[in-house]
Design a protein around this ligand. Structure first.
Ligand code: SF4
Length: 418
């Protein structure tokens, strides 16, 4: 059996769960996301699950899998493009034609209209987005269907529709004297295609962690308030940076009357925040930043905006994975940078910049256990099936959903990061 040991970011650091050294096919059939940072997040019953991976891919040694991936890619040539998210393990990233965040990979998918297949080494919502943006004759493939996102699963269509009904009943649907609608929906990229379509139908926009500020500005040009889902932290951090008081950001808890708020709180609201979060970024704390500053005087601290507000406020910089990457690249040799984001990206940056001290804020190493589901065995399998003329694990969004979601995604692509 092949298994991949996690690299630890600091001497003496420990993995949050040694079970993450287990091959994903051993945990894919369990009822939850499995060991790792999202161990407490229950995978919804309706989420797609991966079927049994053929034994030859489970049993092949790592070196053989890599050789087979390279051979299949060479045979397929320009017919296939492999996209890899920053949070993927190195064993996958080495085979990716493009590595980036979800915004960059959405653009990379658009730039390859002639590839027959886009193999998306990320999570389910990213592959759905690539399918929406790609041409109908292109196939988007997710090597392991169990690669979901626990944050995306915290907002489902029924709960968001119920929230919207409650808000429109309270606010009405008529614009004010300035022509602004009562509420504009904004969703973070990390959600299902159905929710992107919901946003498209209701005059809203999709955002990423790169362009959330621009998107919120656009939303406030069109509306009096914003309903932001599913990540409360990205919504709060972005709105606070725009000068909006936290008192005007009630938290919407699904399945509670008025989301657990009074009507007065909702009437005063500027940003209604969905009660969702990323299990990986929720782990970072102010105490970790204080410890890093005590241990490494002069350290620069950069965190992802999916971290809680106190962490973002205690850091020197908060920004998307691409901002983090660029900050490390721009730092002088000898610089020390503590990073609050997923460990695979941190370890890769540390390896690429041996002249700088780069480490993860969290001494207990926790990767995204859903990204982890993409193992070289799955990548070899989907590529060799393509060589044989078979498309497996195709992610396909229905036409109606796709058309509505595309409206919101095109608004996202037009809202350039500041
Ligand atoms: S890091 Fe968090 S938000 Fe990103 S895919 Fe993993 S669980 Fe989802």
């Amino acid at each position: 059996m092949t298994s991949v040991q996690l690299q630890l970011s600091r001497p003496g650091a420990d993995s949050c769960d040694t079970g993450l050294t287990t091959a994903p096919w051993d945990i894919d059939l369990a009822p939850g996301y499995g060991p790792g940072a999202s161990a407490d997040d229950v995978i919804p019953a309706a989420a797609p699950r991966q079927g049994e991976l053929p034994a030859e891919y489970k049993q092949a040694p790592d070196a053989e899998l890599h050789e087979r991936i390279r051979a299949a890619k060479a045979t397929l040539g320009d017919r296939v493009v492999v996209l890899g998210h920053f949070y993927q393990r190195d064993e996958i990233v080495e085979h990716a034609d493009y590595v980036g965040d979800s915004f960059q990979l959405a653009n990379a998918a658009l730039e390859h209209p002639h590839a027959e297949a886009i193999v998306f080494c990320g999570v389910h919502f990213m592959a759905e987005t690539a399918d929406i943006l790609s041409r109908p004759e292109q196939s988007v493939i997710l090597p392991n269907l169990a690669a979901g996102c626990s944050m995306a699963d915290m907002a489902n269509e029924d709960d968001v529709e119920a929230c919207w009904d409650a808000l429109t009943e309270l606010y009405g649907t008529e614009p004010d004297a300035e022509g602004k609608l009562p509420v504009i929906p904004v969703t973070y990229m990390n959600c299902s295609a159905a929710l992107k379509a919901f946003v498209g139908r209701h005059g809203g926009i999709v955002c990423t962690s790169s362009n959330a500020a621009t998107v919120l500005e656009r939303a406030f040009e069109a509306g009096q308030r914003v309903l932001f889902f599913p990540d409360q932290h990205l919504g709060r951090n972005t709105a606070v940076a725009m000068g909006i008081s936290q008192d005007l950001m009630p938290l919407w808890r699904p399945r509670k009357p008025n989301g657990g708020n009074t009507e007065a709180e909702l009437m005063d609201a500027k940003v209604i925040l969905w009660n969702g979060f990323c299990s990986v970024h929720k782990r970072f704390s102010v105490a970790q930043i204080e410890q890093a500053r005590a241990q490494y005087p002069g350290v620069q601290v950069v965190v992802h905006p999916e971290c809680p507000l106190p962490v973002v406020q205690a850091a020197d910089v908060a920004g998307s994975t691409d901002v983090i990457r660029r900050m490390v690249e721009a730092a002088e040799p000898g610089a020390t940078i503590a990073i609050g984001t997923e460990i695979n990206l941190v370890n890769r940056l540390a390896a690429q910049h041996p002249d700088k001290t780069i480490f993860c804020l969290d001494p207990v190493v926790c990767p995204c256990s859903t990204m982890y589901r993409i193992h070289p065995g799955y990548l070899a399998w989907v590529l060799e099936e393509l060589v044989a003329g078979n498309v497996v694990n195709r992610i396909s969004v229905d036409e109606e959903t796709s058309a509505d979601a595309k409206v919101a995604l095109e608004r996202m692509l037009a809202a350039l990061p500041r």
